[in-house]
Design a protein around this ligand. Structure first.
Ligand code: COA
Length: 170
C-alpha cells in the first residue's frame, strides 16, 4: 500500500468542498462543524484560488492531500498559521469505509513532518471535538501530547464547542 502526502493542487480542492457539502448534519455535528458556515462551492473554490497564489509565509490556510495507491482518500489542513512559529491542524479521511484501518495515523505522521518543514513550525496544535473519539485516539497514536480540554471555536467552519487540545513541539 503506497501512501503519499503532498500539497493539494487547485484542481483537487473539490475533494474538500464535496466532502463537507456531501456530509449529513449528524456527521458535521460530530466534527463540530456548523453547516451554515460552509461557504458555497463557488465562493470556496475562489477562496482556494486566492490562497494558493500566496507565498507560504503569507498563507492563512495550507492544505495537504492524502493519496493511497494514487487515489485521493483524505486531506489535512492547517489554519491559525503564524509562519515560523505555530499552526493548528485538521484531519479527514473522506470515505467512511477507509477509516479505522491504520491509514489515518500514518497520514497524520507524514502531514506533521510536512507542516514542520514547510511552515517552519515550532509547535503544531490540533483541537478535535472532545466527543469525537477517532481523531483524539489518532493524535495520541501519532505522538501528539494532550494539553487540556477547553471551549473554543477551533476553525472557520466550527461552532463554539468543547475540544481537546493536543500539541507536537520540535
Ligand atoms: C480521524 C481520522 C482521520 C483517523 O484516521 P483513521 O484511519 O480512522 O485512524 P486509524 O485507523 O489510524 O486509528 C488510529 C487510532 O484511533 C482509533 N480510532 C479511529 N477512529 C475511531 C473511532 N471512530 N472510534 C474509536 N476509535 C477510533 C483506532 O482504533 C486507533 O486506535 P488504537 O491504535 O489505539 O487502536 C478518521 O477516523 C476520520 O477521518 N474521521 C472522521 C473525520 C474526523 O473526525 N476528523 C477530525 C476533525 S478534527
Amino acid at each position: 500500500m503506497s501512501i503519499i502526502v503532498r500539497e493539494m493542487a487547485l484542481a483537487e480542492v473539490d475533494l474538500v468542498i464535496e466532502y463537507f457539502h456531501g456530509s449529513t448534519p449528524e456527521y458535521l455535528d460530530l466534527l463540530g462543524v456548523d453547516p451554515t458556515r460552509l461557504p458555497s462551492p463557488d465562493v470556496w473554490r475562489e477562496r482556494f484560488q486566492t490562497d494558493l497564489l500566496l507565498p507560504l509565509d503569507e498563507r492563512a490556510r495550507y492544505f495537504l492531500i492524502w493519496l493511497q495507491n494514487g487515489r485521493p482518500i483524505g486531506f489535512s489542513s492547517c489554519d491559525k498559521i503564524v509562519f515560523g512559529q505555530r499552526a493548528n491542524m485538521h484531519l479527514h479521511i473522506t470515505e467512511a469505509d477507509l477509516r479505522q484501518r491504520g491509514v489515518g495515523s500514518g497520514c497524520v505522521r507524514l502531514s506533521v513532518d510536512t507542516y514542520f518543514e514547510k511552515l517552519k513550525l515550532k509547535s503544531l496544535f490540533c483541537e478535535p471535538n472532545a466527543f469525537n473519539v477517532g481523531p483524539n485516539r489518532t493524535l495520541q497514536n501519532a505522538g501528539f501530547k494532550y494539553l487540556k480540554t477547553h471551549k473554543t471555536v477551533p476553525g472557520m467552519l466550527n461552532y463554539h464547542q468543547a475540544v481537546t487540545q493536543w500539541v507536537i513541539e520540535r
